[in-house]
Design a protein around this ligand. Structure first.
Ligand code: B16
Ligand code: MG
Length: 214
């Protein structure tokens, strides 16, 4: 393996509570009182517009495409405001140590995230110097399980897909890795059920790096 591509939210950092708070605020403003944390779990790893659809499932109002874009922009404004206070306390266990270890071993690192806020999140949490390339929602038009975001990451690293490992916390992300011809490591609360080639509770508990990388 010559490169490792990390999903961001749920793998390196945890911003899902902030996403939840921002969507909840928008839902409240729209008079939707039944938006729950269970709905928010379904929003993980999916694009901003697909996340909005999950909120609007609970509304009996109809919105035009133009109105939907405005609603998603409004939510993003709330979310970005909250990102101002983001710092290294949002890092998930083992994130920094894993990136440092990979660099020491001469392995390239990238982020492959659906989030258009990925560069800001990496800067705020101090991870930016440890990431060689970023492929994010700003670079792609297709959402996971389409492999586009990971293929763009591999291309930016100047590596072929089969030389890259993807680390993911969502089933759609693991599927995207497979669709792109990449091996995967599943992490997070559902790590064993993601269908990944390797899995571990979090980045701090991976004990098979040798087997995975060499
Ligand atoms: P934004 P990931 C994803 O990040 C989040 O898990 C998902 O909840 C969010 O809707 C998506 O980014 C888009 O984020 O609104 O900031 O562009 O897991 O792909 O790193
Ligand atoms: Mg994720």
């Amino acid at each position: 393996m010559k490169g490792v591509i990390f999903d961001l939210d749920g793998v390196l950092v945890s911003t899902d509570e902030l996403h939840f708070q921002a969507w909840k605020r928008l839902a409240d403003e729209l008079g939707i009182t039944t938006f729950t944390r269970a709905d928010n779990v379904r929003q993980r790893g999916v694009s901003r517009m697909a996340s909005l659809e999950i909120v609007l499932e609970k509304s009996n109002q109809q919105f035009s495409e133009e109105e939907k874009v405005k609603l998603a922009d409004r939510k993003n404004g709330y979310y970005v405001d909250m990102l101002n206070d983001l710092d290294e306390t949002a890092l998930l266990p083992g994130a920094t140590e894993t990136l440092e270890m990979l660099h020491k071993e001469g392995i390239l690192t990238a982020v492959g995230s659906a989030s258009k806020n990925a560069p800001l999140i990496l800067e705020k949490t101090g991870l930016l110097p440890l990431i060689d390339k970023i492929s994010c929602g700003l670079d792609v038009t297709k959402s996971k399980p389409d492999p586009e975001v990971f293929l763009v990451a591999a291309k930016k690293l100047e590596l072929s897909p089969e030389d890259c490992l993807v680390v993911e916390d969502a089933a759609a992300g693991v599927e995207a890795a497979k669709n792109g011809g990449m091996k995967s490591l599943g992490v997070g609360p559902h790590h064993a059920e993601l269908g990944a080639d390797y899995d571990s509770e979090n980045l701090a508990t991976v004990n098979q790096w040798r087997e995975i990388l060499w």
